[in-house]
Ligand binder design. Structure first.
Ligand code: FMN
Length: 200
């Protein structure tokens, strides 16, 4: 498969950057080709503007990202959890690139996408511990919003959300989380199911 990794972090020595690297190493070890979209390094503009809302043509920077997606069979987003949500860069990338008329054309059924099925993975470094996240229901809320709600509309099937809890914790903890990222890359499933078109 061809695997696109989308990284949202300005610091190349961050835990998020390491998670993306280890994921890609795993994917390569499994025989996949890999491509990195390093959104901060590339200066992606996450602001949704009038051109996105009302323009006659798809903005050039959005088209470039859509071309990357078009050649990918699997997509992995890596972004740190910010206030139980996406950082603005990832949020803007999702809002602008997976646009109405290209990714989806309705909001009735999250399993009906205009895109062909692609394997989808969210790797999300989070400062909180897993017991805190589960106790207060954040994990379930994010799973509903993203795994069930958002990424189904984009044809991601199967899709997996992995909260990398304790990403600011001990060295051992962070090593274990990075090993997990590599393992996820190594064991990526093929795209499956979905009701969108065969090619997109
Ligand atoms: C603005 C901001 C908001 C954050 N919000 C959360 C949060 O809601 N939940 C959480 O578990 N961690 C939160 N964190 C912690 C980050 O998720 C953590 O610092 C990050 O995963 C560490 O990875 P990095 O080294 O790649 O930045 C927040 C950090 C920042 C800077």
């Amino acid at each position: 498969m061809h695997v696109l990794t989308v990284l949202d972090h300005p610091n190349p020595t961050s835990f998020s950057a390491a998670a993306a690297t280890r994921f890609m190493e795993g994917a390569q070890a499994a025989g996949h080709t890999v491509e990195l979209a390093d959104l901060h390094a590339e200066g992606f503009n996450p602001l949704w503007t009038m051109q996105d809302a009302e323009g006659d043509e798809t903005p050039a920077d959005v088209r470039l990202e859509q071309d990357r997606i078009a050649r990918a069979d699997a997509i992995c987003l890596v972004f740190p959890l910010f206030w139980w949500g996406m950082p603005s860069m990832t949020k803007g990338w999702v809002d602008r690139v997976w646009s109405w008329g290209w990714a989806y054309d309705q909001l009735d059924d999250p399993e009906l996408s205009l895109q062909r099925p692609r394997t989808g993975v969210l790797l999300i470094p989070a400062g909180a511990r897993s017991d805190e996240i589960e106790r207060d229901g954040y994990g379930q809320a994010l799973d509903t919003t993203w795994t069930r709600g958002t990424f189904g509309y984009f044809g991601w099937s199967p899709r997996q959300m992995e909260l990398l809890c304790g990403s600011t914790g001990s060295l051992d903890r962070r090593r274990a989380l990075l090993d997990r990222c590599q393992q996820i890359g190594l064991t990526l499933p093929e795209p499956s199911g979905g009701t969108g078109p065969a090619a997109g």
